[in-house]
Design a protein around this ligand. Structure first.
Ligand code: GUN
Ligand code: ZN
Length: 467
């Protein structure tokens, strides 16, 4: 196995600060975008015996144990992992926590599926108790799958937003969500009463949550067909007025044929689906568009020109029989986009990003575009951070980054233990893991320096303040 060492950098500990903590084992972190840079060696670092040094919620250093350990003689508390790979905490760029109760519902096309399963389920989130119980379940599920940040749809009700942020605060995770804006073409039980009232409610939630600890707010019109022009206009203003504060815009785009046809029939003046959002000021930095399966060239260009991001949701697209996402188009060198991976639960069929990578590979192969583990895991970590414009804070194991770290088990099952003996090279191993990805793939998850999930502990999940 070759070690691929990058320039060593480290931060000295704050002598007044918290005690140092380490994570030791085989380790990978990512650098340049492998979709854009041909030389793979520039795109990642691999350490056969690596060490992450943390103080409080931050990483002070990450690199080969033999180089890093001597710099921190006071470091005694080290969690050592055998037969594992330590990677940056994974990032889910599009998921609906409110759809956890209906995941796996017998499918149909997108629009029927929304009416039959999604809208009735989301209507239940008017209840604070229900919202809290699902938020708790959801956070536990994603942490068990090694996801430490997610860009999440709540639903119409402020209770659904509060419940997710409150649960996220307990783990000290960085979550992005907001009230979903939807004032037409859905049942009254879920529909906003007025465009003005709904956006005023979103503005209040934004003031309450954006930048509180690690929580970040997104303005979320569900998709063009469920908003009146007035609601999109006000949503666009709220987003534009808060872009500089780091607020997001999050919606769906170009997922399925009948959805596109419907959107264009409601907004006939638009040149294409992307143009609907553009006309209302909804394209820009930190705008994230889920799906983008059926994007025309002029739309890719428009998305690129506005520095928009894309969430690729392969298990959802396969489940609903939508279009096929074309990663090679999204990453075209003359107008590349920021692309992350989304589980899109509940149309997506699980909470695991490695399993999404398995599906992403197959979707790409159907059009004869092969995509190895380097590109895949890049999308799930640093690429996800770029998608959310957080690449200077999360998605890498490097000095100064938040200590969000995932430990993947190389021997999660008897069979995988046997299988792994035939491959040594780290990228081959990661590819095998994403392809076979069992439910217990993740050994441990650290959030802001604390091991909130430990598969081998009596209480697998623990809140930050309990640790
Ligand atoms: N488009 C609008 N709403 C939704 C949703 O909840 N799921 C998916 N997959 N697509 C959507
Ligand atoms: Zn979605």
């Amino acid at each position: 196995m070759t070690e691929n060492k990058k320039e060593l950098k480290s931060i000295m500990p704050d002598p007044e600060g918290k005690p140092l903590k380490g994570i030791r084992g085989e380790m990978v972190t990512f650098h340049e975008d492998p979709f854009l840079v041909e030389d793979e060696s520039k795109c990642y670092s691999y350490f056969q015996d690596g060490l992450v040094v943390m103080q409080g919620d931050k990483i002070l250093a990450a690199g080969p144990y033999s180089d890093i350990a001597p710099l921190y003689p006071e470091l005694k508390d080290i969690d050592k992992y055998e037969n594992s790979v330590i990677i940056p905490g994974m990032i889910d760029t599009h998921v609906h926590y409110v759809q956890s109760p209906m995941i796996g519902s017998f499918g149909d096309t997108l629009l029927q599926w929304l009416n039959q399963y999604t809208f009735p389920t989301e209507s239940r989130f008017r209840s604070k108790d229900f919202s809290e119980s699902v938020a708790q379940l959801f956070m536990g599920q994603i942490l068990k799958q090694g996801t430490t940040t997610a860009n999440v749809f709540s639903t119409t009700f402020p209770t659904s937003v509060d419940a997710l942020f409150e649960e996220s605060e307990r783990y000290n995770t960085c979550m992005i969500t907001g009230k979903v804006l939807q004032d037409r073409n859905l049942p009254e039980s879920l529909r906003d009463v007025s465009a003005e009232g709904s956006v005023a409610m979103a503005a209040e939630l934004l003031d309450k949550w954006h930048g509180r600890g690690r929580q970040l707010y997104a303005v979320i019109p569900r998709f063009a067909p469920t908003s009146t022009p007035k609601q999109l206009e006000l949503a666009g203003k709220l987003y534009q007025n808060n872009i500089d504060k780091g607020v997001y815009m999050h919606t769906h785009l170009d997922e399925a044929d009948d959805e596109i046809e419907w959107a264009l029939s409601l907004y006939p003046e638009a040149k294409n689906y992307t143009d609907i959002y553009r006309r209302f000021g909804l394209l820009g930095r930190r705008s994230v568009f889920a799906h983008c399966c059926l994007v025309k060239e002029e739309e890719w260009q428009m998305l690129h020109d506005h520095d928009c991001s894309v969430a690729h949701c392969p298990s959802s697209n396969l489940f609903l029989g939508d279009g096929m996402f074309k990663i090679w188009e999204a990453k075209q060198h003359n107008r590349p986009l920021r692309v992350g991976v989304g589980t899109d639960v509940g149309a997506g069929t699980n909470f695991s990003l490695p399993r999404q990578l398995n599906e992403a590979y197959k979707v790409s192969m159907l059009r004869k575009h092969s995509m190895g583990a380097l590109k895949c895991f890049y999308m799930a970590t640093k690429g996800g951070a770029q998608t959310l414009h957080l690449e200077d804070k999360i998605g890498s194991l490097a000095p100064g980054y938040m200590a969000d770290v995932t430990v993947i088990d190389l021997h999660p099952t008897e069979f995988l233990k046997w299988r792994m003996q035939f491959n040594d090279f780290i990228l081959d191993r990661l590819f095998i893991l994403q392809t076979l990805s069992p439910d217990n793939l993740i050994r441990a998850t650290y959030v802001a320096g604390k091991r909130v999930y430990d598969r081998e502990r009596d209480r697998q999940l623990m809140y930050a303040e309990e640790l």
